[in-house]
Design a protein around this ligand. Structure first.
Ligand code: FCB
Length: 478
């Protein structure tokens, strides 16, 4: 779609959002908290990974990050200043259950309890994610997500959190982007724990699905309030190239999208996924009764979207590794089939500082497609945003017109989806704060609030002011 015609440029201004549409912003524990060794927290796989030379840009770690753990009051006030209606955060599992003994760390619970109370006092809805990638290291040492026992531990952790916060959270989210946990963590290796084991990656897919289902049961059994239940997935919005374009798209759609939506929302793994991957695994880790456990009702499906992906069949001798260490990473590895591999190819720009292409029409297409595939399923954009190389102006402000433009275009896309009848409940901008961007360390800034990583000072960027106006008026600023 060409962005040159006014009707299609996705810069709709003045568009009004419905009164019950929720405007929020999102973060994740390891990316912002710091205090890595405090109050009983033990290492997660990301502590181990980031301390391993060569894994993260510049040797950056989350040891201090944004120091949110100590600055939570200040950050809550920032949320009020921006007018946020909801805040999506994640809970660090190794703060809650720090050792293999299973003992609960009350100090960890207290921290999140204060956060939730602070949000509610300010009229901000708490949206809590149980797992945003910081698996306790002791569980990885026992096999990680490739081992079924990890789902037992996750269920117990969910029970603990349901009891502790289930009277006060607005929404429970089980997992953030299990695609990254499974394929980047255990297949491609660009994320913690950094393993290169295709069969383990597929076992991890199933164990994450099972963990989701078991956690939902545990949260429902223990939450005394009336929370919504959800999961957040990152969907591949695919474009195809070359002769085998549609076959390449089908395979990646099965591997990346339907391997989660199938069991979670339909109670089955897609037949084509099982066939495509038969040379890698026989899927015997799926046991009797598992799919019924995975298939729990959810109130809202969380959708993370940043860009599209273009794929083509590639039948060269060795797989080409077209991979930024974060997204688009299942392509280069020896996946399914496997006389022909699927390759991720470069996409037309413009790009963000991550090298991800800017394609707001992909968000509209995704939301419409999901609501066609799952007509009764309410949707929520749980992450969308952009990294750019910001600079601080002489007057101390942070003018970031590219980020504002990105957000304007994606909010317009969401608005178009609403107009096309999609049951879209809200939108969380990634991210509230510049933070530890996984393999990229502190080199990539996604915040609508700048963090100076020397002084830890916070400054609302121009995009943050723009967002505040959007929330206040419920209309895209002119
Ligand atoms: C998503 C992650 C989030 C952040 C953004 C840029 O995949 O969920 O933590 O890294 O990408």
């Amino acid at each position: 779609m060409s962005p040159s015609t006014p009707a299609d440029d996705y810069r709709g201004s003045g568009l009004l959002f419905p009164p019950d549409f929720v405007f929020g912003s999102a973060t994740a524990s390891y990316q912002i908290e710091g205090a890595a060794g405090e109050d009983g927290r033990t290492p997660s796989i990301w502590d181990t990974f980031s301390r391993t030379p060569g894994r993260v840009w510049n040797g950056d770690t989350g040891d201090i990050a944004c120091d949110h753990y100590h600055r939570v009051e200040q950050d809550l006030d920032l949320m009020t200043e921006l007018g946020l209606e909801a805040y999506r955060f994640s809970i660090a599992w190794p703060r809650i259950v720090p050792t293999a003994s299973g003992e609960i760390n009350q100090k960890g619970i207290d921290f999140y309890s204060r956060l939730v109370d602070g949000l509610r006092e300010r009229g901000i809805r708490p949206v809590a994610t149980l797992y945003h990638w910081d698996l306790p290291q002791y569980l990885e040492d026992a096999g990680g997500w490739a081992a079924r026992e990890t789902t037992d531990a996750f269920e117990r952790y969910a029970e603990v959190m349901g009891r502790a916060l289930g009277d006060r959270v607005d929404t429970w989210t089980t997992l953030n982007e299990p695609w990254c946990s499974a394929y980047l963590g255990y297949g491609q290796g660009g994320h913690a724990p950094g393993r290169h084991e295709p069969a383990s990656a597929l076992a991890a897919v199933h164990h994450l699905n099972l963990a989701h289902g078991r956690a939902l049961q545990a949260l429902r059994a223990t939450s005394t309030g009336d929370p919504d239940y959800s999961v957040t997935l990152n969907f591949h919005v695919l474009r195809g190239q070359g002769d085998g374009a549609s076959e390449a798209m089908r395979r990646i759609d099965a591997l990346a999208n339907r391997s989660f939506t199938g069991p979670m929302l339909r109670g089955e793994y897609p037949a084509d996924l099982l066939a495509d991957t038969s040379s890698v695994t026989d899927w015997s880790f799926v046991r009797e009764g598992d799919l019924a456990t995975v298939h729990q009702p959810i109130d809202v499906l969380g959708v993370n979207y940043y860009s599209t992906a273009t794929v083509r069949l590639w039948d060269g001798i060795s797989p080409k590794q077209q991979n930024d260490g974060h997204k688009g990473a299942v392509g280069g590895t020896a996946w399914p089939g496997s006389d022909q591999l699927v390759e991720f190819v470069e996409q037309p720009g413009p790009y963000t500082a991550m090298g991800w292409n800017i394609a707001p029409e992909g968000l509209e297409e995704l939301l419409v497609s999901l609501s066609e595939q799952f007509p009764d399923q309410a949707l929520m954009v749980t992450e969308n945003g952009a990294a750019f190389d910001d600079h601080v102006a002489d007057d101390g402000t942070v003018p970031d017109p590219e980020r504002t433009d990105y957000l304007r275009r994606h909010f317009t896309a969401a608005h178009r989806a609403l107009q096309r009848g999609v049951d879209l409940r809200g939108y969380f901008v990634w991210s509230l704060l510049d933070n530890f961007e996984w393999g990229y360390g502190y080199a990539k800034r996604f915040g609508i609030v700048r963090v100076d990583f020397d002084t830890l000072q916070r400054t609302v960027k121009d995009s943050g002011h723009w967002y505040r106006d959007l929330i206040r008026t419920r209309a895209l600023p002119v």
